[in-house]
Design a protein around this ligand. Sequence first.
Ligand SMILES: Cc1ncc(COP(=O)(O)O)c(C=O)c1O
Length: 357
Amino acid sequence: MRPARALIDLQALRHNYQLARETSGARALAVIKADAYGHGAVRCAQALEAEADGFAVACIEEALELRAAGIRAPVLLLEGFFEASELQLIVEHGFWCVVHSLWQLEAIEQTAVAKPLTIWLKLDSGMHRVGLNPQDYQAAYQRLQASTKVEKIVLMSHFARADEPDCPRSSEQLAVFEAARQGLGAEVSLCNSPALMGWPSVPSDWVRPGIMLYGATPFEEGNSVAARLQPVMTLESKVICVRELPAGEPVGYGAKFITDKPMRIGVVAMGYADGYPRHAPTGTPVLVAGQRSRLLGRVSMDMLCIDLTDVPQAGLGSSVELWGKNILASEVALAADTIPYQLFCNLRRVPLVYCEG
Ligand SMILES: Cc1ncc(COP(=O)(O)O)c(C=O)c1O
């Protein structure tokens, strides 16, 4: 069997969830959209269900997958419904629902619902993606209240630049939120991972941690909470071929790396068809036989090459960590000019193997 696989440490996932709750002092919806950022939504939800206050997903398809697997906890649809016809299923399954646009508000007003809804009313406080305009916010709240279709409203917004600790934009967004919600005595939710890790002054009844649950930091620089995260995914494979090359020989497609001395090269069963980033350059860190080394040349579809020259204990069959507890996904992301979110979400073909610790 091909040795490429992703180990998913569910104990680390629970640790990170508890850390999110402890850091924020709020209730936490575990964000498990996009198949739990590639970690497997159902297994992650099952692992967290005993302690989680609820889950958040991107759409009703993802929410229904959780219910079909027996998850009974609250599930928030982060973009609400895409068509008014989803409202019946939302009611039937007790999903919580974001309202980010006036057309959604109108749809609720015009639809007969068998049970009142829990609505998370989203304000555009400055990210300018989705969310109601500040001038419409109070009126939307009053209309939902008056509709009798709603039993609870949570006031929410989302930060655009919370991963930039010195950027004033988050404070500006918070000020817009505070002005828009003046006089509304409802619970609030603003924080994603970077906000709850980096902006402790943000008021929170609910937080919405995503990336930190998986043990990766959203920050490029150090952070005291990030230092306590435990990586959940270990992407690993093995050396399937070893080559001894003299100086001056090209390695891989496009001859993007030329040996500058006699070198030992290890070929690893891992490629961009597994989700390893093709644009990761020579020098991207890997761990082989317990020692740090580096990627060499272009990543191909099913294989990549690494440097074994100074790793004498490594050879055919040696295990390789592409990212995980030793090589942080954020390090690989930095080298490959991307973010750990994308590394995780892009994972495919490799089997997910679940473990506890
Ligand atoms: C509305 C909302 N809340 C929370 C999150 C979780 O963000 P993070 O993974 O940065 O914690 C996301 C993710 O994109 C989101 O869209």
